[in-house]
Design a binder for this molecule. Structure first.
Ligand SMILES: [Zn+2]
Length: 153
């Protein structure tokens, strides 16, 4: 095995993966959808080219917005992936890696939805979801409302 390959998997081990560490871009995401999907106050994901990722065991993919889908283990439910439809990249929650010490975040996304008690004083670059032109276009074209801070009743 290549020594630059990082290994990981879901809680129960039914889904395992390896990725090329050198290609990973690690980001915090504070958006409401990442909070819902991971159950945490924010997500931290390692984004890699899809061809750098090898799955063992099949994650189940579910559409989470008109833009993207998210993967989870069909046996234990652990969140294990995220992909934009028009991208050849896959993001993996760093908590799924067996060892994530080398996966150091370099940016914050979805900063408009950051919980107020989450301190962001690390001087990393930040961006809002609506800084992304594709995101703005989707919202304008579909009227889709992301689940930001208010629950629909
Ligand atoms: Zn599992």
């Amino acid at each position: 095995m290549n020594t630059d390959q990082l290994q990981g998997g879901c809680l129960c081990g039914a889904v395992r993966f390896s990725v090329d560490e050198a290609s990973a871009l690690v980001s915090y995401c504070h958006c409401r959808m990442c909070r819902k999907a991971t159950g945490g106050p924010y997500s931290v994901m390692a984004t890699v080219p899809r061809q750098a990722l090898t799955w063992r065991g099949e994650p189940k993919w579910r559409r989470s917005s008109p833009l993207a889908q998210r993967a989870f283990c069909p046996a234990c439910g652990s969140p294990i992936g995220f992909e934009y439809d028009d991208s050849d990249l896959t993001s993996i929650p760093i908590g799924a890696f067996d060892s994530a010490e080398s996966l150091i975040p370099t940016q914050h996304g979805g900063i408009e939805s950051r919980l107020p008690w989450v301190r962001v004083d690390d001087h990393l670059p930040t961006e809002r979801c609506d800084d992304d032109p594709d995101y703005r276009k989707l919202v304008a074209q579909t009227g889709w409302v992301p689940p930001f801070s208010q629950e629909r009743t």
